[in-house]
Design a binder for this molecule. Structure first.
Ligand code: ADP
Ligand code: ZN
Length: 516
């Protein structure tokens, strides 16, 4: 089947074991990185076993493409989702019942519908494949309530084998998938999550769009790539900026009308050297082998998200870059967003834990790859030689005194009731700057005024960012007031040292360099 239908000579990694296991009727939970070849793991069993393989996938926008691709190989494939009219749906349903399909793609929300369940009863299901299985985990980063209904599959059709697949799962997420989908007794296939051809780099954010342009012009001229931004507005701005600079770039976000979105997506897939500037609405399930770089202009909310997004680079195994620009404002903004988020305390705790892990990855002085793999419970060699910290090991320095100076300033500002002071004010005070706002609040009379001239503004921002990242300073409320934490107390009392990463000195922006 592998040769005849798909035209490949050999199975990759654990594909053979997985395929044989499912053909034999076994349940499986498959963790395999993006580009690892998960699809074959259920497509071949669906072709070999009697009946129709039912694939649950949240990627409605891609179902048509997936089905077209299978049909081109001579596989009888169909899908059922909300984009179809009644006649189209009837046709597919009839084919399913008559057993004239090998594979049927189904959107998860379909299972809310008793009619769909009855339909599945009327045909013969050879297996259930649950794609993007991490969507069932609340602990994960991409929870979809409809996925919870997938537990019915096993209850209603206990004899039909199930295979759940995902490209991202920590140990905790994996346990949750197994529990929720009743796959604890299933065989777990866990491939290495390492993507050796991806070079991981996390840079200090100075002038992000310019830095991005440098990356594109310097290392990725004419390459296809994805640039992720947090907001729709910054997607538009960045795409506009790149276009002005002569880089062919297209925007993609949920605020664009579906037709434009589809058009941009298909251009990105079919043309060479296009840059897609997108929110994270873009990318899941996109199979473009030659994406040479993935750039993040804003901090991802979790390591899982980061891993999944960067994983879209270099599916073809050729050298690719994962580049992230990260700065003080990212930390403040994300902490504020969590404070203002809806949901219960447990939900907020999850968000905080996700963010903290992401921050730890950003601030590490160790190999990024090793950190990343450790997060997914996998070990790696100590130094990969293909990430920024391995290529140019960052220095560390004792930031205890600097930290104490910042914290002492925060203590003094706290006494001003109802006033919100952010990072900017604190740094102005430390540097002894008599700005309007400093004078207005008599901050030039504080004992800490001007005690921090040994560091430059950028360095203070770096210290503050790392204190935030380490939880030695907190962010309160939706306005982002800086506050002390339990950790700050220890630092102030001299009970805790604060080793900090020395941020690499970046070439200054052109304007400043000339002024020097
Ligand atoms: P995933 O879903 O894990 O991201 P896919 O199933 O889309 O990965 O496969 C990624 C790419 O690798 C596809 O282009 C696929 O055709 C190809 N591929 C999968 N298995 C093999 C194999 N055994 N030999 C060669 N190419 C393969
Ligand atoms: Zn490394």
């Amino acid at each position: 089947m592998l040769r005849r239908v798909f035209g490949y000579d050999e199975f990759r990694g654990e594909q053979r074991e997985i395929v044989e296991h499912v053909i034999g009727g076994g349940d499986a939970l498959v963790l395999m990185p993006t580009g690892g070849g998960k699809s074959l793991c259920y497509q071949i069993p669906a072709l070999v076993r009697d009946g129709v393989g039912v694939v649950i996938s949240p990627l409605i926008a891609l179902m048509q493409d997936q089905v077209d691709a299978l049909r081109a190989l001579g596989v009888r494939a169909g899908f059922l989702n909300s984009t179809q009219d009644v006649d189209e749906q009837r046709l597919v349903q009839a084919e399913f019942v008559a057993g004239r399909l090998d594979v049927l793609y189904l959107a998860p929300e379909r299972l809310r519908n008793e009619a769909t369940l009855r339909l599945l009863d009327r045909g013969r299901v050879s297996l259930f494949a649950i794609d993007e299985a991490h969507c069932v985990a609340q602990w994960g980063h991409d929870f979809r309530p409809d996925y919870l209904m997938l537990s019915q599959l096993h209850e209603r059709w206990p004899d039909v084998p199930r295979i759940a697949l995902t490209a991202t799962a920590t140990e905790a997420t994996r346990q949750e998938i197994a529990t929720r989908l009743d796959l604890t007794a299933a065989r777990h296939f866990v491939a290495s999550f390492d993507r050796p051809n991806i070079q991981y780099r996390i840079a200090g954010k100075v002038e992000p769009r310019k830095q991005l342009l440098e990356l594109l012009r310097g290392e990725h001229k004419g390459d296809a790539g994805i640039v992720y931004c947090l907001s729709r507005a910054s997607v538009e701005k960045t795409a506009g900026f790149l276009t002005e600079q002569g880089v062919e770039a297209l925007p993609y976000h949920a605020g664009l009308d579906p037709r434009t979105r589809a058009a941009h997506q298909s251009r990105f897939l079919r043309e060479d050297g296009l840059v897609m500037v997108a929110t994270i609405a873009f990318g899941m399930g996109i199979d473009k082998p030659d994406v040479r770089f993935v750039a993040h202009l804003d901090l991802p909310k979790s390591v899982e998200g980061y891993y999944q997004e960067t994983g879209r680079a270099g599916r073809d195994g050729l050298p690719s870059t994962a580049w992230l620009a990260y700065g003080l404002q990212d930390v403040v903004q994300q902490r504020k967003m969590i404070n203002g988020s809806e949901g219960d305390a447990a939900h907020r705790r999850r968000l905080v834990a996700h963010l903290d892990a992401m921050l730890a990855l950003c601030e590490t002085v160790e190999c990024r790859r090793a950190r990343l793999l450790a997060y997914f419970g996998q070990s790696a060699s100590e130094s990969c030689g293909n990430c920024d910290t391995c290529l140019a090991p960052p220095e560390t320095w004792d930031g205890t005194v600097a930290a104490q100076k910042i914290l002492s300033t925060v203590v003094r500002l706290k006494r001003e009731r109802n006033q919100k002071f952010g990072a900017g004010q604190i740094i102005d005070i430390l540097l002894g700057r008599k700005t309007a706002k400093v004078i207005q609040f008599d901050h030039d009379r504080l004992s800490v005024f001007g005690i921090g001239t040994e560091l430059k503004e950028a360095e203070w921002r770096g210290v503050l960012r790392q204190l935030l990242a380490q939880g030695l300073i907190g962010v309160e409320g939706e306005y982002g007031t800086l506050v002390l934490t339990e950790g700050s107390d220890e630092v102030l009392r001299g009970r805790r040292q604060v080793p900090l990463r020395r941020d690499p000195v970046r070439a200054k922006p052109a304007r400043a360099a000339r002024a020097d």
